[in-house]
Design a protein around this ligand. Structure first.
Ligand SMILES: *[C@@H]1O[C@H](CO)[C@@H](O)[C@H](O)[C@H]1NC(C)=O
Length: 320
């Protein structure tokens, strides 16, 4: 993969008391996560702020084996801090893998980071201001939500992709009995059955349409310094939007996100027509997870079909 980092810029915009922070900070983005409003009302109150200075205090560093079989060693917080895999500045945090060493096939895998939020959520509006993300052969970064006793409490994948993809994959994974329609979204609807037992756990997903939304993932996102991902989870739907840098709604930058002004989402995941899903029966108490995986069950499986992989030696590649 190309040496690349996942860089999250969290704004300090607060609905509550942090007016001085709003004035002081130069970041155009919003708070990382806002939740607790009346579901679907379009009006939200800040309940949880993931601003940079406290960001890593709000996550557990998962450092056991990778359940998705990646060529990766997830490290503890101590190791991540010591080696600079996580970094904090006044306006942003950085999450990255080891980008300097070769980790040959058959060995222990590339040191990387997988963090899981202490706080768990049912419903809410989740905002992520992202400036840069990993891309390139072998990479498999993800920003997602997941509940305990998977798949009983579900999984909401907001940013996910592999290798040199330029489209983002947004999907739900659930216990049996949840399927969604694909109307009312700009993304390309792929599958309706969210049951993790169906279709090899591909979930019910949408791929962003790079013709209409070219900046949602990989090099497209990085070329414009990213933007804001917004995901609204209510009893009735899970909707995800992406606002490119420079087109972030003022309600977000002002700290009072108004979902009714967000327009057509990338993905509109809800029961429609013959596709039925009682969201609250399948999705609850979810943590936020951010991880950077390599190869494994997705990136590795399709690596051989990607003509761009392995990368040429001129690409300063660590694809080995
Ligand atoms: C992507 O969007 C373009 C422009 O609206 C449309 O012509 C095309 O059919 C879409 N692609 C798919 C696979 O739906």
């Amino acid at each position: 993969m190309a040496p690349s980092i996942l860089c999250i810029r969290t704004g300090l915009v607060s609905l509550l008391a942090a007016v001085s922070k709003v004035v002081a900070q130069s970041v155009p983005g919003g708070t990382l996560f806002v939740g607790g409003g009346v579901p679907g009302s379009g009006s939200y109150t800040l309940v949880d702020d993931y601003e940079p200075s406290i960001f890593f205090n709000k996550f557990n560093f998962y450092n056991s084996y990778d359940p998705t079989y990646g060529h990766v060693q997830y490290v503890s917080k101590d190791v991540a801090v010591t080696n600079g895999y996580v970094q904090t500045s006044s306006s942003s945090v950085i999450i990255k893998p080891d980008t300097t060493n070769a980790w040959p096939n058959g060995g222990p895998g590339r040191p990387s980071v997988r963090i899981v939020s202490d706080n768990t959520y049912t419903h809410g509006l989740f905002l992520l201001d992202l400036t840069h993300m990993p891309h390139g052969c072998g990479t498999w970064p993800a920003y997602w939500l997941v509940g305990p006793n998977w798949p009983s409490n579900g999984e909401i994948d907001i940013i996910e992709g592999v290798n040199t993809n330029v489209a983002n994959s947004i999907s739900l994974h659930s216990s049996p009995g949840c399927s969604i329609g694909g109307a009312g979204q700009s993304g390309i609807f792929e599958t309706s059955n969210c049951d993790s037992n169906a279709n090899g756990n591909s979930g019910c997903g949408t791929l962003t349409n790079v013709t209409v939304t070219p900046y949602t993932y990989g090099t497209g996102l990085n070329n414009i310094q990213g933007g804001v991902y917004a995901t609204e989870w209510t009893s009735n739907w899970v909707k995800t939007w992406f606002f490119p840098r420079g087109q972030i709604p003022s309600s977000i930058t002002n700290g009072a996100p108004d979902v009714s002004q967000f327009g057509l989402p990338l993905a509109n995941q809800q029961a429609q027509g013959n596709y039925q899903c009682t969201i609250d029966n399948h999705f609850a108490n979810q943590s936020v997870v951010i991880n950077i995986d390599f190869c494994g069950a997705w990136a590795g499986q399709v690596y051989g079909y990607n003509s761009a992989c392995p990368q040429s030696s001129s690409a300063s590649s660590l694809d080995r």
